[in-house]
Design a binder for this molecule. Sequence first.
Ligand code: GRG
Length: 299
Amino acid sequence: MTTPLQFEQWSHAMQSRIEHVLTTTMPADTETPITLHQAMRYAVLGGGKRVRALLAYAAGEFCGAPLAHIDISAAAVELIHAFSLVHDDMPCMDDDDLRRGKPSTHKQFGDATALLAGDALQSLAFELIASNQLSIEASQKVNILYCLAFATGSRGMAGGQSIDLESTGIKLSQPQLAHMHALKTGALMHAAAMMGAYTAPNADTQKYQAVDTFAKAIGLTFQVVDDILDAEADSATLGKTAGKDAEQDKSTYVTLLGLNTAKSLAQSLYQQALAPLEAYAQEADMLRSLASFITQRQF
Ligand code: GRG
């Protein structure tokens, strides 16, 4: 069993690691076109919990991948995540001025540059996986590329965002809400864990299956907790504008179920995430601790 201190040390080490990987793999802010590269780096570096990278590292290690091989998958998923945040904050989407405790990218660089920065971050994610910076078998790369592309597109994050836009002001049922979030938030979390797992050269099918089931449940847990925090926490703690869901008349787990039932749901989804790991001892400890962190997070 990993102690809270051990998890804290591991997560800090992985957060520093991914920051270094991102800092060194992204185009320098002195490279032309300078403003675009500055905006990309602004959107990605120096902020965020890096939960998706942590999922990739924990799932990859669980399946036996060396950390050095997981780096590019972890970076790619964080680039896609940052891209989605840049576009999500723009006036035509959620229209938010605050992200990760600083002005959103479009507030800092203008709408046109923010749009381009998001686009270029998406391309960079796929470029890194395909490049020789990731030295694994070509068949593994194809699995990773497919996984990330699927999770990002209309059957994943972009699709979830589209449902979200169309649902504003409409009361969704719980299955409809779960479907929207499985696409909008869950798909990329699931991809993060699977990309880590696919980095392992010869993991057995049962381990991939365990990661798959774990990641689906923890992706939804993350979103239920997000809804609770949006209702309960303040903007300074979250580093983004709190209370947006109510302001924009969005269906959330809190508006649908109330705070207490939403909290119980988060606990029950957390237990669902742990279930596929029961067959595994120490090797699954970081995945278990990460699940606990996601469920108990305060920001
Ligand atoms: C991505 C193809 C594509 C198009 C853009 C804008 C958009 C479509 C999708 C938005 C997806 C989105 C922003 C979902 C919200 C996910 C979410 C809960 C974000 C917050 O994640 P945290 O708390 O953030 O992990 P940090 O800052 O810690 O990284």
